[in-house]
Ligand binder design. Structure first.
Ligand code: PHE
Length: 358
């Protein structure tokens, strides 16, 4: 029989040399398993005489326990090594840049409306709204555009089949009907702006059947043309962020204002590209005028006591000019690449702090 000490060191060496848990289990089976070497020694005790069995039994038992203990320790070591290996492998690399957060962006139309509202908000205007499907009377008649007036044809109106109290319904062709609704429901002083959708049967690179306007209306006892000019010059300079932007008032005609003026801003066309600001050219950006006394009277406001001014502008147009967007139709294509390029992050509304208020 092999010297027990030799056997023990042989097994010990094998246990230490076990590369992984499987190898260790193989050793356990071949030593301590039913047919294992150490188990075989235990079995041989039966054939010994009692004296011999007593000493050998003790030695075999010690060997068995020593081998079991060695296996247990080695098992813990191997398990720890396994754990360390998988921890090292699964470690989160915090030096990796985070994945970009896919946030939506604000459409240039919404952004521009917010900017316009912010600028007039600082001047003391409040926002008013009205319906998109409008009665003919609010859209035309009350605004001094009677039936058969040529301005009705110019508006390329969409008519809706529905009628209300014998009134033809239209998709509003401008935000001006909200002037009427406000003057009917509020007493002067009035100072409102009306951002909203408008509709005309027109479609090309600079016209869309649905577009946006912002209307403005001020009515008070002492309101005069100087207020109109000051307010709109201030607006243009704040919106285009140019304190010296040239602004020109050009006589015009609208049935609901008298006198009427179109407002132009200075610009230049250098090498075919448009530059807002100084230069010898002009760009029309909005319509305005003193509220026609007939309109005040249509709303039950005493035109001998009150005067007002009104203005209206196309949002797409001023957005295209400010942000260099060449084709109006792209506003409604819902092209994500376009939106990513021209869109805005939230909270980008410019501050008007420090500007004079009306
Ligand atoms: N409603 C006019 C338009 O759509 C603009 C305008 C509004 C002009 C108010 C004068 C006063 O063209």
């Amino acid at each position: 029989m092999k010297n027990l000490d030799e056997l023990k060191s042989e097994i010990e060496e094998a246990i230490h040399g076990a590369a992984d848990l499987n190898a260790l289990e193989d050793i356990r089976i071949s030593e301590l398993g039913k047919k294992g070497r150490v188990s075989g020694l235990m079995k041989s005790l039966g054939k010994m005489d009692p004296e011999e069995r007593k000493t050998a039994g003790q030695q075999f038992n010690e060997l068995k326990q020593a081998v079991a203990a060695l296996i247990k320790t080695r098992k813990i070591d191997l398990e720890n090594a396994d754990l360390d290996a998988s921890l090292a492998e699964e470690k989160i690399d915090i030096t990796l840049p985070a994945r970009p957060d896919t946030q939506g962006s604000i459409h240039p139309i919404s952004q521009t409306m917010d900017e316009v509202v912010a600028i007039f908000g600082e001047m003391g205007f409040t926002v008013a709204e009205g319906p998109d499907i409008e009665e003919d009377w609010y859209n035309f008649t009350a605004l001094n555009i009677p039936v058969d007036h040529p301005a009705r044809q110019e508006h390329d109106t969409f008519y809706v089949n529905a009628e209300k109290d014998g009134q033809r319904m239209v998709l509003r062709t401008h935000t001006s009907p909200v002037q009427i609704r406000t003057m009917q429901s509020q007493k002067p002083p009035i100072r409102i702006i009306v951002p909203g959708r408008t509709y005309r049967c027109d479609h090309d690179a600079t016209h869309s059947p649905m577009f946006h306007q912002v209307e403005g209306l001020v009515v008070d006892e002492t309101t005069h043309m100087g207020h109109l000019k000051g307010c709109l010059i201030e607006f243009c300079r704040a919106f285009f962020r140019d304190d010296d932007l040239p602004v020109r008032f050009r006589p015009s005609y609208f049935p609901f204002t008298e006198p009427s003026a179109e407002v132009d801003i200075g610009c230049s066309f250098e090498d075919g590209s448009l530059k807002i600001g100084h230069g010898d050219d002009w760009l029309e950006i909005l319509g305005s005028g003193m509220v026609n006394p007939a309109v005040l009277e249509n709303c039950g406001i005493d035109s001998t006591k009150y005067q007002g001014f009104a203005f209206g502008m196309g949002i797409e147009r001023i957005a295209m000019l400010k942000y260099g967007i060449p084709d109006l139709r792209t506003f409604y294509d819902s092209d994500l690449r376009w939106l990513r390029h021209y869109g805005f992050r939230s909270l980008d509304v410019p501050s008007m702090v420090g500007r004079a208020s009306l």
